[in-house]
Design a protein around this ligand. Structure first.
Ligand SMILES: NC(=O)c1ccc[n+]([C@@H]2O[C@H](COP(=O)([O-])OP(=O)(O)OC[C@H]3O[C@@H](n4cnc5c(N)ncnc54)[C@H](OP(=O)(O)O)[C@@H]3O)[C@@H](O)[C@H]2O)c1
Length: 258
């Protein structure tokens, strides 16, 4: 695939930061984009930058019914979903001892379960059309200990496990080399609302627009590319073992069906 023109993309967390910058750039590259998030004003202002190319849809990704409604609306209006960028995320710091456990759970609900909701809704259509690219924004925090990041780190580690497992699941479903890819991208430190108050050196951070080339490169990857990978910029941080374990996956499937 050489171009994103005509592709239909859903960007969760598309009202601000990396998601908004990606939505605008995707539209400039000819894709039809649906930005999803909770705050309608933000979503509408992103949509207004490319009228006709970007549409907004209010959706809390932690609520499965709302995510399901989002995909139903996109399938009804556009007929397909080709690209999914899971950029919705929250980052609240606290020690585990002092965390309000409802807040702790909320981080998991948005960052991890929210991504799972969207992937669950996107995957059947992508497999049926034998084309799809799913990227979830991860973080080095998944592997880097932080005294006040237990919830965020756990959510991002979960995103990696989710992605690897779904990559295996795609092979389960399609024994030939599928043209449906799922990967995690670490955006790198980026100046957005997410990190407000948690960094004192914003000048050292990149802008949200700097992340798009790496998102685009993953969306444009050819059929025979790896998946279940963890990627930082163009570097594969962790390859996953999806291809190597294909035989084993089939054996697992056989076991699961019994
Ligand atoms: N900035 C960085 O340095 C950095 C580094 C590593 C990873 N990341 C990851 O990159 C992703 C994008 O973050 P960002 O830096 O661009 O921050 P951001 O500007 O705060 O974007 C996060 C977006 O997620 C949306 N969101 C939050 N809760 C939601 C929910 N329940 N349902 C739907 N949307 C929700 C927010 O919109 P609403 O509030 O309107 O819903 C917001 O537009 C996040 O997953 C983050 O963990 C960022």
């Amino acid at each position: 695939m050489k171009s994103l023109a005509g592709k239909v993309a859903i960007v969760t967390g598309g009202g601000s930061g990396i998601g908004a910058a990606a939505a605008r750039a995707l539209a400039a590259d000819g894709a039809k984009v649906i930005v999803a998030g909770r705050r309608t004003a933000q979503l509408k202002s992103v949509a207004a930058t490319a009228p006709g190319a970007i549409r907004s849809f209010q959706c809390d990704v932690s609520d499965f019914t709302q995510v399901s409604d989002l995909f139903t609306s996109v399938f009804a209006n556009e007929g397909q979903v080709d690209l999914l960028l899971n950029a919705a995320g929250i980052y609240w710091q606290n020690s585990l001892a002092e965390f309000d456990m409802a807040d702790w759970r909320r981080i998991i609900d948005v960052n991890l379960t929210g991504a799972a909701h969207a992937i669950h809704c996107a995957l059947p259509g992508m497999l049926a059309q034998d084309f799809g690219r799913i990227i979830t924004l991860g973080s080095r925090s998944a592997h880097t200990p932080g005294a006040v990041t237990s919830a965020y780190s756990a959510s991002k580690a979960g995103v990696e496990g989710l992605t690897r497992s779904v990559a295996h699941e795609i092979l389960w479903q399609r024994r030939y080399r599928p043209n449906v890819h799922i990967n995690v991208l670490y955006p790198g430190r980026t100046v957005t609302d997410l990190l407000e108050g948690s960094t004192d050196q914003p000048e050292k951070y990149q802008s949200p627009e700097d992340v798009y080339p790496f998102i685009k490169a993953l969306f444009l990857r050819p059929r025979r590319s790896g998946m279940g990978q963890i990627i930082y910029r163009r570097k594969i941080v962790s390859r996953g073992d999806v291809k190597l374990r294909a035989k084993q996956i089939r054996a697992n499937l056989w076991g699961a069906k019994k």
